[in-house]
Design a protein around this ligand. Structure first.
Ligand code: GDP
Length: 197
């Protein structure tokens, strides 16, 4: 699925300009610096994808990538960046909220969490929003290479406990690293299963 090219479809600074729905859509969200660009690049095997979203001015946009006409990958702007002023945070929230509600082909949001830090309160806020909107999501722990072996199980268990009563959470938690590629094949398989459904 991910071999070959992905076409950049559109950057949507507002909901009026979302590209038409095509195939199954998945979205990637997470705090700024969580390792989203690196993981999306590892997942798709290309470097051009997430770089686009790091272009200044594009950071508050939703970026849509078409993968073989079957899958649309949406790179969501990172949240929780301290230097972003309040008005921008509100614009972000409004955009995300309406996008999530109005996108019938959105199969899952992958919410990236830094495995070294676990769920922060801003992540919890985002999960609350997803649960409320009944948008299904899967938590993906990033930077797993930075954890000691003994810390891995504890982090996964704590995350699982935090998700237990969340109605829209997918039960499987993935631990990934774009440094050593762990969990990337599992993430790919998770995406492939969505296409098969
Ligand atoms: P984004 O802001 O969420 O798109 O994050 P980036 O992919 O740009 O990564 C943010 C920082 O985390 C960079 O310094 C990366 O080198 C680092 N990083 C990204 N992925 C990993 C990883 O798997 N392991 C480790 N140890 N660091 C990572």
């Amino acid at each position: 699925l991910f071999a070959g090219t992905a076409d950049f479809t559109a950057a949507a600074p507002s909901l009026g300009v979302l590209p038409p729905m095509k195939g199954v859509e998945i979205a990637f969200a997470g705090r700024s610096n969580v390792g989203k660009s690196s993981l999306v690049n590892a997942l798709t095997g290309r470097n051009t994808l997430a770089r686009t979203s790091h272009t200044p001015g594009r950071t508050q946009q939703l970026n849509f990538f078409d993968i073989k006409g079957r899958l649309t990958l949406v790179d969501m702007p990172g949240y929780g960046y301290a230097a972003v002023e309040k008005a921008k945070v509100e614009a972000w929230t409004a955009l995300i909220h309406s996008y999530l509600k109005g996108r019938a082909n959105l199969a899952r949001v992958f919410v990236l969490i830094d495995s070294r830090h676990g769920l922060k309160s801003i992540d919890t806020d985002v999960l609350d929003g997803l649960d409320k909107a009944a948008v299904s999501y899967q938590v993906v722990l990033t930077k797993g290479d930075a954890l000691k072996k003994s810390e891995v199980d504890a982090r996964i268990a704590a995350t699982r406990a935090a998700l237990a009563k969340r109605p829209a959470a997918y039960p499987e938690i993935l631990l990934t690293s774009s440094r050593d590629d762990r969990g990337v094949a599992e993430l790919r398989a998770s995406v492939a299963r969505l296409l098969a459904e």
